[in-house]
Write a new protein. Structure first.
Lengths: 327, 332, 323
């Protein structure tokens, strides 16, 4: 994705006005959604259903978190789903054979390696992120197919499954994990050098480079982090589903991007944040839950998701804060 | 690096890559043993792995080479069409073929007919093409039988949810017809919802988790295949509703038989890809050798439940090859 | 052949483009041809080359539309489902008894409407093309699937097969279609004001806007054109399968983008051209055909496709750095 390299008045790049608009608009959307669904379906506002939604939103958030960071740098990572699938397969095979710690490590390592390779391709080889991560998508799926050979791995030890299927009190573990992840990443984005670099690179890559920032190193770190988080999400997914096969990563990419867009992060880069993605994941989960509760045929779901993406970005655009970016 | 060096390096790298790919080359063209191109729908679903194992066993037993052909994008129609066209050029001795879409692949198989390649069709029945024989199970009858069995165990009444496969797939369409026939004959059964899970576990689980919220009471779930059924059974168990809902699937994969043995699933049907593939390859070889082959080989419906599950717990590798004579004499 | 004051407002000669920038696809195609000529007896057979040409026709047509979009620094992810939707629309109308021109025309209109929506949201509202076309991707997908309830549309009248099986002067219709679309695109891109604006929107949009030209209309037209081409491609695809399937096109938009980039067109700065795109599409087609002929296992094919695309584009990028 090419970041617009035009210069804006500094007040537009101030995160506060952007984030305020995003927060307010998403809160309104959430309230409207919850209100509408409670009205339309008697099953919506029940505890089991809400827990369900929270859990699905948490999983979605974990899958979209790394992608958010990449998109903030005005890049894109099309391989997140494939990396997740590959990590899931490798780790599941180790964990189901009893090597739990090794398995966890392998998922994180596999994800990170793929991510770092993406980062290197984007920076040192100057391959556009779209193509680089598209190629990685094929490679990761291919390696997954080679590794699994059509096999499915079933049955993971209960001790491991806790992180996906367990509860702490009344909250599912994935929810707690997601909240922790959110806090960590939010802190990273706003209080560390890496975080500020991410926004700087996304907002104005030339200025970032001229200011002496080691852009290459930062970008490789970001892509590596995205891969790492994909591997992390893989662990929670296989713990939840108690199985892994090479098709796990399919159909994960588009909802992940949708969650990021719904959260107000712009694909032009430099605008948005991880909190937005958390909210976006929640909205997405609510919408899918609502459609299922109301008996909407699954055929409509991709269309609804597409429309929601358009509406949310349109709202952001017309909200004025993004219009300056496009000029 | 200057331009000339660059070009040389590229050529060198490219050739090395090509040489590196050599081990992957198949001994396809003009080898002494006959070559059978064995088509599957994808390399991700374990059902096709079982098919591949059955096909390779048959190949080994009969002394022919079996090459498995699958699209890189799972179940991709356009890609399978290209695969058929490319393989026609390679002129194997026969195709053992399952279409990703039983209608869309007709023109390309017709091309194979024109090229004189004998086709054995298995698993998803195609029409309007010349085939040596069709090997499969009657999906409609299979689903019908297993549903009737389920409904009987429910005393002929209850609320059920139906999770469909890939709507365009003929197996899904046939199974749905069988399901609907069984429902029509059992007036006490109420269908709460019917949604596609696309034959895959994660999508089916996500759909079902939401359906579970909508319907606090579900007496049974009819799932078009085992991969989805097992996921659904697990979701029910996780929600504490495991004992109250019966789940049935189709395929007879190891995970399902294990679930039945553990009481998490009610029943499945042994839709053995391994057997189908084995018999299909055998049929192809017999045809090439001029031996008689029936027009159709239908594997009987075998319902697997708690009573007989132990007999079906072998992996495809361990499974005994089906006996040609038992199946080839019409309906077994 | 550039104007110093407006570096991108005057397009380069396409022939010069192709030669000087011989894209990664060109080398890829060359290497593949050599390798396949050695390792397979079948690659250079008439039957196989004819196959490849036909297989690549649909991709090329879509990629040509995609080239224009990418030249404007945009992207169109909706072309795949749009292909499915147009195919389904035409097939449904034909099987419902409407005359062929009506069915075909309506399908093309559908493609162009989606294109117009894409273009308007990108040009007028200023939304990122990736997101806009991701949204219309989902919508087109849904509409196509709902129209057929997930099934395919069959029982097409035999004359529909002409789109794929027909031939003039011994050359199949899809090849003629590709040639015609190429010629039309060439004309539009290199001989009309529209074409100059396409390059300019990508290369120097601010200059255009500041100079007061009505950029938006041309910008929207680019997406409309891409939608139109997707519609044309859909008829060929439907005829090839003798059935219209709503998800038939899924994934083709990514292949088209790969073909365009391999062909030397850049995501940024409005550089590139359609000759490269054709070479890129051929390269992709030959790669897949070659992997099949070589008997490479499916699992490895998937990984190899990714490696090859990265490799070819990467070499291109490195070369541009050193040039």
């Amino acid at each position: 994705m090419s970041a617009e390299t035009t210069k804006f008045p500094s007040r537009w790049t101030s995160l506060d006005s952007d984030q305020l608009f995003v927060v307010v608009s998403r809160l309104i959307a959430l309230v409207l959604l919850v209100g509408a669904l409670s009205f339309l379906s008697p099953y919506f506002l029940t505890w089991p259903n809400l827990i369900n939604v929270l859990r699905q939103a948490s999983l979605q958030f974990m899958m979209s978190a790394g992608l958010t960071l990449v998109i903030l740098t005005a890049g894109i990572d099309l391989s997140v789903g494939a990396i997740l699938g590959l990590s899931a397969c490798i780790s599941a095979s180790l964990i189901s054979s009893g090597y739990v710690v090794l398995g966890i490590g392998s998922a994180l390592l596999a994800g990170t390696i793929c991510g770092v390779v993406n980062g290197v391709m984007v920076t040192i080889s100057r391959i556009p992120p779209f193509i680089a991560t598209y190629g990685m998508l094929w490679i990761a799926f291919g390696l997954g197919y080679v590794f699994m050979k059509g096999e499915v791995i079933y049955g993971l030890p209960d001790s491991f499954r806790f992180i996906g299927a367990g509860f702490v009190g009344f909250l599912p573990v994935p929810v707690i994990v997601a909240v922790l992840l959110l806090l960590v990443l939010h802190f990273m984005l706003h209080r560390t050098v890496l975080g500020r670099s991410i926004y700087a690179i996304g907002g104005n890559p030339d200025a970032a480079r001229l200011s002496g920032m080691p852009v290459t190193r930062r970008l490789i770190t970001v892509y590596g982090l995205s891969g790492f988080l994909a591997g992390f999400a893989a662990l929670v997914v296989i713990a939840r589903v108690n199985a892994a096969d090479s098709s796990l990563g399919e159909d994960l990419l588009l909802p992940a991007i949708a969650a990021v867009c719904l959260g107000g992060t712009s694909l032009f880069g430099g605008v948005g944040g991880i909190t937005g993605t958390a909210v976006g994941s929640l909205i997405l989960a609510l919408i899918v839950n609502g459609m299922n509760l109301l008996g909407v045929q699954t055929f409509w779901q991709s269309g609804v998701m597409g429309a929601i993406i358009l509406i949310s970005v349109l709202v952001d655009q017309l909200g004025g804060t993004r219009l300056a970016r496009q000029q | 690096m200057d331009r000339r060096t660059f070009v040389k390096a590229t050529l060198a790298a490219g050739s090395t890559a090509a040489f590196g790919a050599m081990p992957q080359l198949a001994s396809a063209q003009g080898g002494k043993p006959a070559t059978i191109a064995f088509f599957v729908k994808n390399v991700t679903n374990p059902f096709w792995k079982a098919c591949r194992i059955g096909a390779e066993k048959a190949g080994k037993a009969l002394g022919v080479t079996v090459e498995t052909v699958a699209p890189t994008k799972p179940d991709n129609i356009e890609e399978q069409t290209r695969l058929v066209e490319d393989w026609i050029v390679k002129k194997p001795d026969a195709f053992v073929f399952v279409p990703v879409d039983y209608k869309a692949l007709v023109p390309s198989i017709q091309k194979a007919n024109t090229a004189g390649i004998p086709i054995v069709n298995y698993n998803n029945k195609m029409t309007d093409v010349n085939i040596v024989t069709y090997v499969g199970s009657d999906d409609e009858v299979m689903e019908y039988e297993i549903c009737k069995d389920l409904f009987k165990s429910m005393g002929g009444k209850g609320k059920i949810v139906h999770i469909d496969g890939v709507p365009a797939a003929i197996t899904a369409q046939a199974r749905k017809k069988g399901f609907e026939r069984a429902v029509k004959e059992t007036p006490g059964i109420e269908v709460l919802a019917s949604q596609p899970g696309n034959y895959r576990r994660l999508p089916a689980v996500q759909v079902f988790e939401n359906l579970m919220q909508r319907f606090p009471v579900i007496d049974a779930v009819v799932s078009a295949n085992d991969d989805m059924a097992v996921g659904i059974a697990e979701a029910l168990a996780a929600a504490g509703r495991g004992g109250k809902t019966k789940v049935i699937g189709i395929d007879g994969i190891p995970d399902a038989t294990a679930a039945i043995a553990a009481g998490k699933m009610f029943a499945t049907a042994d839709f053995s890809g391994h057997d189908q593939a084995y018999l299909a390859v055998t049929a192809a070889v017999r045809h090439l050798r001029g031996q008689p082959v029936p027009k159709e080989i239908m594997l009987p419906v075998v319902i697997v439940n708690k009573d007989n599950v132990t007999k079906f717990m072998k992996t495809p590798e361990e499974r005994d090859p089906p006996d040609w004579n038992t199946y080839a004499s019409g309906k077994a | 052949m550039t104007d110093a004051a407006h570096p991108q407002l005057v397009s380069r000669s396409p022939v010069v483009d192709a030669v000087v920038n011989a894209p990664g696809a060109f080398y890829l195609l060359a290497i593949l041809s050599v390798v396949l000529a050695i390792w397979t007896p079948n690659f250079f057979s008439t039957a196989n080359l004819a196959n490849v040409a036909l297989q690549v026709a649909v991709l090329t047509i879509v990629a040509l539309g995609m080239t224009l979009v990418i030249l404007t620094e945009g992207i169109d992810l909706s072309l795949g489902p749009l292909l499915g939707l147009c195919g389904v629309a035409a097939a449904l109308l034909v099987t419902a008894g409407y005359p062929l021109p009506v069915a075909v025309g309506s399908a093309l209109v559908v493609g162009m409407i989606f294109g117009a929506v894409n273009g308007t949201l990108v040009a007028v509202v200023g939304m990122p093309p990736f997101v806009v076309t991701l949204g219309t991707f989902g919508i087109a997908q849904s509409v196509a699937t709902v129209l057929t309830k997930g099934d395919s549309v069959t029982s097409l009248p035999p004359y529909y097969r002409w789109f794929n099986d027909g031939a003039f002067a011994g050359i199949p219709v899809p090849i003629w279609a590709t040639i015609t679309v190429f010629a039309l695109t060439w004309f539009l891109l290199y001989r009309t004001k529209f074409g100059r604006y396409v390059f300019a929107i990508g290369g120097n949009r601010r200059a255009l806007i500041l100079s007061g030209t009505r950029v938006n209309a041309y910008h929207i037209a680019v997406y409309v054109y891409a939608g139109l081409l997707a519609g044309i491609a859909s008829f060929i695809m439907t005829a090839r399968m003798n059935a219209a399937h709503p998800t038939i096109g899924v994934g083709i938009e990514f292949d088209a983008i790969a073909a365009v980039i391999l062909g030397g067109t850049s995501f940024e700065k409005g550089r590139g051209g359609i000759v490269g795109t054709v070479i890129g599409a051929l390269a992709v087609g030959v790669l897949r055909n070659g992997l099949n002929l070589l008997g490479v296992g499916t699992e490895w094919q998937v990984a190899i496709v990714g490696i090859v695309i990265i490799f070819a584009v990467g070499l291109d990028s490195l070369r541009k750095l050193n040039a």
